[in-house]
Design a protein. Sequence first.
Length: 259
Amino acid sequence: MPNQPLTSRIEDAAAMLRKAQKVAILTGAGVSKESGVPTFRDALEGYWQNYNPEDLATPAAFKRNPRLVWEWYESRRSRVGSVQPNPGHVAIAEIERLLPEVLVITQNVDGLHRRAGSREVIELHGDITQHKCFDDCKGNPTLIDLDSFVWDKSNPPPYCPHCHSAYVRPNVVWFTEALPPDALHRALDFVSRCEVILVVGTSGVVQPAASLPYQAKRYGGAKVIDVNPIPDEITSIADVFLQGRSGEVLPEMVRLLRA
Ligand code: OAD
């Protein structure tokens, strides 16, 4: 019912979740917005409104200007370190505790789901708090602790302390790169068997993450619940669209699940 009030839609969504054995939760930048982490595509404040991803988020950009890319990621990393999980993240961790089997699949690199207490999290686009060798000289990924070796902090990025020939880079997935194969495989396997997929705070435009709700619906017949203040690319296939902020909608959903 298109004109159904939000409270009654949240009740419908909670009823779907209550009946389900397996629930996937796919999140995007919107879930962290209320923590103070900018999204990518929101009008005015989204990163990609102000920066060009081709200058900052591709391997070619890093090769062209490693220091610029390094400093952009370090500024994001420092911001992520100074913010806290918000009620949306906390509610997702609570849904994990209330239902039999829940898998959180996130496109976010900020680690806020884990910090909010989520235990099963697949990070499709990596983790901005980690670093690795650009050439993955010791296997994929070759993670590097920046405090484990001496380097000139006034002249970043450092060279890999193992191969000494490739730069250290953030452990995130850039445009044109493949997702970590294990993470993607686990996510695809789970969504094709889940009964409900709760999609939160994503524009649904970046593949392959954006295809997960479609896979869930097509292969497992899953119900799709979409949470977003504005309609996104998933809304048209959603069984329930909860138009609102995740930090407000999800705590209300948890309240109903507990009742
Ligand atoms: P986007 O910035 O594309 O979309 C964020 C979505 O969150 C939008 O649809 C907003 O309407 C919604 N939103 C804003 N505030 C919200 C709130 N309080 N509660 C819920 N939703 C809210 O971010 P993603 O879809 O995550 O990839 O972007 C996907 C990928 O594109 C990112 O992982 C990143 C980016 O380029 C890489 O860097 C590889």
